[in-house]
Design a protein around this ligand. Structure first.
Ligand SMILES: Nc1ncnc2c1ncn2[C@@H]1O[C@H](COP(=O)(O)OP(=O)(O)OP(=O)(O)O)[C@@H](O)[C@H]1O
Ligand SMILES: C[C@@](O)(CCOP(=O)(O)O)CC(=O)O
Length: 445
């Protein structure tokens, strides 16, 4: 039976502190942190008048303009699973592939497991997405209503027009929407978010859906952070996802059920020993400029292929420096943070120069070096794939340091052009979780 009371879940965004590029290969690991910025999904049934039959799932994202997607669903032939189709609602609504693919995957999984035991159908339901403001850099109005008027802003734009800050909105969205669908439609005996088994199911399903929606298989670190929060991550073998036909194609449903519960996943996610010292915060600065992760990844991998010996030497050494930083952070050795990060940055710059990819470009080196001079800042990196669009800082977690960093970034932006802005988000340990529905007063009727 679907849940008759509304339920809410949230999943965190990510900051990729160490191990970018290396993590694409299972030989190496990444040090990834979850963030206090979350994507929340509230699930509730749609009540219909007596005698009225509705088979519709509505997903909406009320912080944005033209962001309501209505879907019909049917059983695809030849065990193709549940196929969803966006219903036209008059206006010119963009499709949302991440939402659509997530629905196909989660509904097919639900139908193929629990619903197989009974002649169940999907009752109409609504899933409302609410994202913490730091995911987007647009100016916004904070005139919301309810208990929490400033937590979720209204953005004066469609999602397509939103400027993302790179916190992994699609991974957090796919994870929390999948968790909301499983929680809403399945009894607790079949899916419980609070158990290791529940998290495993969610992780596998969200990874598969996210890869399908993106049209590529990345390392999956962002889904791991969304499910488990801060962790040391070793990726799954890309071959894990080879067995799965496109959603709706013949054989999709049994292949998906087998994949999600199967033993082929060789992901290795460790939470123990991943933390920052007490009194220290991992913070992000948005730098207003975008980079092209896909072509950067392609170029770095080409360099690696053409220079197997040199690149291996560099990656092996970088891996051991990354692991050392993880140990220093979890053991709270404050004095060692700065030199350890400096050593990592040296090798990141070497990788950038050798592959001719701006991983830590000169403008970011200047910015990070100048930030290090701000009292209370230990050091910082260009997170993930690097480029021009963000820096992550390890700094003291107090108001005075925050103020100094904000003053610094304001001055830096003025003197150097562009926009550097300290976001409110901080590194946080916890992954996906259930939320109290009261958090969303004023947003759901
Ligand atoms: N609040 C939201 N409501 C509905 N869909 C969203 C929302 N936020 C993100 N999405 C979906 O995720 C897509 C953005 O995903 P994309 O992978 O481009 O960005 P990202 O995950 O934030 O980036 P990065 O991996 O660089 O951090 C949007 O086009 C939309 O489909
Ligand atoms: C380069 C890479 O290792 C990290 C990309 O991270 P981000 O999208 O820059 O946060 C790619 C991946 O892990 O899928």
């Amino acid at each position: 039976m679907p849940s008759t009371t509304p339920t809410a879940v949230s999943a965190p965004g990510k900051v990729f502190l160490a191990g970018g590029y290396l993590v694409l290969d299972r030989e190496y690991t990444a040090l990834v942190f979850g963030l206090s910025a979350r994507i929340n999904v509230v699930a509730r049934e749609i009540k219909t008048s007596p005698g009225v039959q509705l088979s519709e799932i509505v997903v909406d994202s009320p912080q944005f303009q033209e962001a309501q997607w209505r879907y019909g669903y049917h059983l695809a032939p030849d065990e193709g699973g549940i196929k969803v189709t966006q219903l036209q609602s008059g206006g010119n609504i963009d499709s949302n592939p991440f939402v659509e693919v997530t629905l196909s995957y989660a509904l097919s999984y639900i139908a193929g497991t629990a619903f197989r035991r009974s002649s169940h159908t999907f009752d109409p339901a609504q899933f409302t997405i609410l994202a913490d403001n730091d995911y987007y850099s647009q100016p916004h109005s904070l005139t919301g209503t309810g208990e929490n008027p400033t937590r979720f802003a209204k953005f004066p734009t469609t999602l397509r027009g939103a400027n993302k800050t790179g916190l992994g909105s699609s991974a957090a969205l796919v994870t929390s929407l999948t968790a909301a669908l499983l929680t809403h439609y399945l009894p607790q005996s079949d899916f419980n978010l609070d158990t290791p088994q529940g998290k495993r199911t969610l992780h596998n399903l969200a990874q598969a859906a996210h890869c399908a929606a993106q049209g590529k298989v990345g390392s999956g670190f962002d889904i791991a952070a969304a499910v488990y929060g801060s962790c040391r991550y070793r990726r799954f073998s890309p071959s894990v996802l080879k067995s799965i036909p496109e959603a709706g194609a013949p054989g999709f449903a049994p292949a998906l059920t087998k994949l999600i519960g199967g033993e082929t996943w060789d992901t290795d996610i460790v939470k123990e020993g991943v933390s920052v010292p007490p009194g220290t915060a991992l913070r992000m600065c948005d730098v207003d400029c975008g980079s092209q992760t896909v072509s950067m990844v392609k170029k770095v991998l080409q360099w690696r292929e053409s220079n197997p010996a040199d690149s291996k030497k560099l990656w092996d050494e970088l891996q051991s420096r990354n692991v050392r930083l993880g140990t220093i952070l979890s053991e709270g050795k404050l004095d060692e943070i700065r030199p350890a990060v400096t050593e990592i940055r040296e090798l990141i710059r070497a990788m950038g120069t050798q592959s001719d990819v701006p991983i830590e470009p000169e403008s970011q080196t200047k910015l990070l070096d100048a930030l290090m001079e701000v009292e209370g800042v230990y050091n910082g990196v260009v997170p993930g794939a690097g480029g021009y669009d963000a820096v992550a800082l390890l700094m003291k977690d107090d108001e005075a340091t925050e103020k100094r960093v904000k003053d610094f970034t304001a001055k830096w932006s003025q003197e150097n052009g562009g926009q550097v802005r300290l976001l409110d988000v901080k590194g946080e340990m916890e992954g996906v979780r259930r939320e109290n529905i009261k958090e969303y007063d004023g947003w759901i009727l």
